[in-house]
Ligand binder design. Sequence first.
Ligand SMILES: Nc1ncnc2c1ncn2[C@@H]1O[C@H](COP(=O)(O)OP(=O)(O)OP(=O)(O)O)[C@@H](O)[C@H]1O
Ligand SMILES: [Mg+2]
Length: 251
Amino acid sequence: MSLLRTERLKKYFGETRAVDGVDFSVNEGEFLSLVGTNGAGKTTLVNLISAFLSPDSGRIFIADRDITYAPVDERIRAGIARSFQLVNLFDDLSVLDNVALAIFARDGKSKRILALAERDTAVTQEATELLGEFGLGGKAQALAGGLAQGERKLLDVAVAYALRPKLLFLDEPTSGVSTRDKAQIMDIVSSVVRGGRITAVVIEHDMDVVFKYSDRVVVMHEGRFLADGPPEEIRRNRDVATYLLGTDVAA
Ligand SMILES: Nc1ncnc2c1ncn2[C@@H]1O[C@H](COP(=O)(O)OP(=O)(O)OP(=O)(O)O)[C@@H](O)[C@H]1O
Ligand SMILES: [Mg+2]
């Protein structure tokens, strides 16, 4: 069943057709990868779905509800959360407080943000457990700004996950980390996502990672969808090889 759907979604920046009439559909429970070369329109598509941008035209539906122009908080309540290509953390707060803030925001306890020191034990406990799931238990009291890049990427995902979304968008959760750290991050992310039975859309450049973890792969090129299918089918797709991998499979 489709959890999220877009209809002819469009966003141009001047002459740039960032998202050019996209029909996107995400099925409940799948781990989907969104791939494409730099500037293909991946982040713009996620920005449109998560209310960081307004489309020029087209519609966005979650279940059967039209959320095309719904504000961010309403989309979060509808079950959509995201992480960022460039992490979006409070560097001067502890790792634990970064997650606690997301929990407070989710529960509508925004006044409590002013008094984090007095936060209730339920929130501390939930944040602690969640950090454990992401392998960051030992870093709870460290400042977010002092973490290594891989840990920062994981914390950014944990903050989005703390909103308890139905549908989680991860914009390059492994960018800027070594190949070894990539595998570790993706192992953690996929086990949390699959264990929590949530649906995930991951933007990723490393095709080894994409083929290993995804149920389905959607390939974007110049604002449009070039291919959409299971990893083994995408691996054999000639257009994908030409545009994305810079090689011709037949050659
Ligand atoms: N705010 C903006 N103003 C003007 N142009 C933009 C803006 N955001 C994106 N673009 C342009 O839209 C196109 C799509 O950008 P987008 O960031 O969505 O690509 P992407 O697939 O996420 O690329 P990358 O893999 O490099 O992150 C690019 O040509 C980009 O320069
Ligand atoms: Mg991007």
